[in-house]
Design a protein around this ligand. Structure first.
Ligand SMILES: Nc1nc2c(ncn2[C@@H]2O[C@H](COP(=O)(O)OP(=O)(O)OP(=O)(O)O)[C@@H](O)[C@H]2O)c(=O)[nH]1
Length: 434
């Protein structure tokens, strides 16, 4: 039996958001900023139906698949009304599915196409779902550090999801970006840079994530830097899709073409076409968006026919707190030099949505040595203050609301070598459901 809940039309988004962490980030300004979409949760422990009205007064149904205790106890306080005739029976059913500790949501499992991710409303609304020309699928973006993978992914999606800096290996997690059009949906895995010298356990765990992304992919996009001497991409592919018997179609993207002369572009193209075993080579400038449409067209031609995996207005399946952490990491890379940014892990310890005050975000930055802590904090705390202010402004811009940001620096010796800590920090290819 399913529990039917009604959300009052003016329930502030943040109130509702507080109940679950596995949320979607939406771009549509009016409706979705008010009501985050409640959608499929891989744990599938319980199913809730919600109805809400948008600013144009249209009613929309929601389905939340998740734990009942996320809502229990706070429903009245949060303005969510139950409308269920047989609550006891429902509670029994829901609790038999649930566990007590925090759970993990896998980021590497490609959902079964037959198990629809769309609710009834979307099924009705999205007529193109039945369109026989509609294509959808998973795309792994591979390449060595600093070649521009995040820049390309961000360009394709049309907004900034991955952090981009001029320092290599700034992408530590795979960011699932979703790029949709009327007739397609591409789910992009922006993978951490493929690493040659594995120095830390952190590096090998990141590599495992790269491999998972490629195994799940319908096609692979390998990026190379046009400024560098052409070199074989076997190593990148080997790391990425090495042990897959049937290799997916591969596109080689020669990025940063804006930095070299047209004559040189032609020569390098020829080299790659001759000496690499890929299906096509396309020169682009991800930074300036040149050639990005050609990349999209190629991907589109390789995706299987099928309905969308996600509602079309979703651009990512990460919780917002993940992006908060990424924004702070980007600021650390911008503000500090040398080894310090690489030794930092940003954890969003607490994210409290407060309806009558600014949202409260508590963050810890973990470093490996006390000397790094001293650098981060700076004289009289000035450096940390600067970092917190720059981060807060960007976070507010991203979330479109004011926040109170508290940042603390902690030392955990050798955290990059500690598998338990690394899993806890989300490098096991999973994110923590809080
Ligand atoms: N000139 C130019 N610079 C680019 C282009 N694409 C990316 N860059 C720059 O290259 C640097 C690295 O870009 P990223 O997108 O972070 O590279 P990445 O491959 O995701 O890096 P990792 O996180 O190390 O894997 C940044 O400074 C970008 O601005 C391009 O087309 N032209």
């Amino acid at each position: 039996m399913e529990l039917v809940l009604h959300i009052s039309a003016n329930l502030p988004r943040e109130k509702f958001f507080a109940h679950y962490s596995y949320s979607k980030f939406f771009t549509a300004p009016d409706y979705h900023r008010k009501f985050p979409y409640l959608t499929r949760n891989p744990l599938q422990q319980a199913k809730f139906h919600f109805q809400a009205r948008n600013t144009r007064n249209r009613t929309r149904k929601f389905v939340l698949l998740g734990k009942k205790q996320w809502l229990r106890g706070n429903e009245q306080e949060q303005g969510v009304e139950e409308e269920d005739e047989d609550e006891e029976e429902e509670e029994e059913e829901a609790s038999s599915y649930s566990d007590n500790g925090s759970s993990f949501l896998s980021l590497s499992v490609k959902p079964d196409r037959n198990m629809s991710l769309l609710d009834d409303y979307e099924m009705e609304e999205l007529v193109y779902e039945s369109d026989l020309n509609h294509r959808s699928g998973y795309v792994a973006v591979l390449g060595k550090p600093n070649v521009g993978k995040s820049t390309l992914a961000n360009q394709m999606i049309g907004q900034k999801l991955s952090i981009v800096t001029d320092k290599p290996q700034t992408t530590r997690h795979r960011i699932l970006g979703i790029c949709s059009g009327a007739e397609y949906q591409m789910i992009l895995y922006d993978t951490p840079g493929v690493i040659q010298k594995k120095m830390h356990k952190l590096d090998s765990m990141m590599m495992r994530n790269v491999r998972n992304a490629a195994i799940n992919a319908d096609c692979v996009v390998v990026l190379v830097d046009a400024c560098k001497m052409p070199e074989k991409i076997d190593e990148v592919l080997e790391e990425g899709v090495g042990d897959v018997t049937e290799k997916p179609p591969i596109l080689l993207v020669m990025n940063k073409k804006d930095l070299i002369k047209p004559g040189e572009i032609a020569k390098k193209l020829e080299w790659y076409e001759k000496f690499t075993n890929v299906d096509e080579v396309i020169p682009v400038s991800a930074k300036y968006g040149h050639g990005v449409e050609d990349v999209k067209d190629w991907i589109l031609s390789k995706l299987p026919i099928g309905p969308a995996y996600y509602p079309k207005d979703i651009v990512s399946e990460h919780p917002e707190r993940f992006f908060v952490g990424e924004i702070i990491r980007e600021k650390i890379f911008m503000q500090y030099r040398n080894e310090v940014p690489y030794a930092c892990q940003v954890n969003v310890v607490s994210y409290k949505a407060r309806p009558n005050a600014k949202d409260f975000i508590q963050v810890e930055i973990v470093v490996e040595k006390n000397s790094q802590k001293i650098i981060l904090i700076g004289k009289e705390g000035r450096a940390l203050k600067l970092l917190a202010t720059a981060s807060r402004l960007d976070i507010e811009d991203f979330l479109q609301k004011k926040v109170y940001l508290e940042v603390e620096v902690k030392v955990r010796e050798n955290w990059r070598q500690d598998e338990g800590l690394l899993k806890n920090y989300g490098y096991g290819g999973q994110i923590k459901a809080l």
